[in-house]
Design a protein around this ligand. Structure first.
Ligand code: ZN
Length: 235
């Protein structure tokens, strides 16, 4: 586990889909759950820090793609934590609807092949608290705001701590190879909407951007994501 800022860490050694840990007085919050095989690694790293599974009180989900909720069934069972996600993402986490994929007519080449890959066969997990855009989760980081940032998925959430300038933005943007990119077209049903979400995040001027893929942006994050958003014509 690597520290990002005091009380916020990222788990290490997960294959794809970054997972974050937040420490608060009443226990722990985890953001996203990576692939199915990640749950054991997450629990191991918690144990190394002296935490029991039951110390995890909440699991916040950015979106219900398999690289972000694959480990959720096992992690929720082991911890008993309350799963939280935006109302718009709830049906995909609870398995009442298949995840939304781009229309084949809208994409070409490799993204088309990616979009044809099977939807998640994840075991459904009940959402204990369905969140609304703009609401604040008071018990996390002294107030963690929920932002509806759709495009990559219909109910994609970004979690934002305004006083600390820390943002957990899921896959609104990615940093797989060190450079910022938009999320893969093959997994993004509405890229225009995703760009509007990106602009909303840029306008918050975050100091730390914790991504769903790649290392967090720690230095000059606001200017970096603004330049990126301009480059991809999101603003
Ligand atoms: Zn992802």
């Amino acid at each position: 586990m690597n520290p990002i800022i005091p009380g916020v860490y990222t788990f290490t050694g997960l294959i794809v889909g970054r997972v974050y840990l937040i420490e608060d007085g009443d226990g722990l919050t985890i953001i996203d759950a990576s692939l199915a095989n990640a749950a054991a690694k997450i629990l191991n790293q918690l144990a190394q820090k002296g935490y029991a599974p039951q110390d995890v009180k909440r699991i916040l989900i950015t979106h219900a793609h398999p690289d972000h909720v694959g480990g959720l069934p096992a992690l929720q069972k082991a911890t008993g934590a309350a799963v939280m996600a935006l109302t718009q993402e709830q049906p995909y986490i609870e398995g009442t609807q298949p995840i939304v994929k781009p229309k084949p007519a809208d994409i070409r080449g490799l993204p088309k092949i990616m979009a044809a890959a099977p939807t998640t066969t994840n075991e459904p997990v009940p959402v204990a608290r369905a969140l609304e855009d703009g609401e604040t989760i008071a018990e996390v980081m002294g107030g963690l705001q929920v932002l509806w940032t759709p495009g990559h998925s219909p109910g994609h959430a970004t979690y934002w701590q305004a006083e600390k300038g820390v943002m957990f933005c899921g896959d609104v943007m990615m940093r797989m190879t060190g450079r910022l990119t938009l999320p893969f077209a093959g997994f993004t049903p509405d890229m225009a909407e995703n760009k509007r979400s990106l602009r909303r995040l840029v306008e918050l001027n975050p100091q730390v951007v914790c991504l769903g893929h790649g290392q967090p942006l720690m230095n000059d994050a606001a200017a970096t994501i603004r330049r990126f958003a301009q480059k991809v014509e999101a603003m």
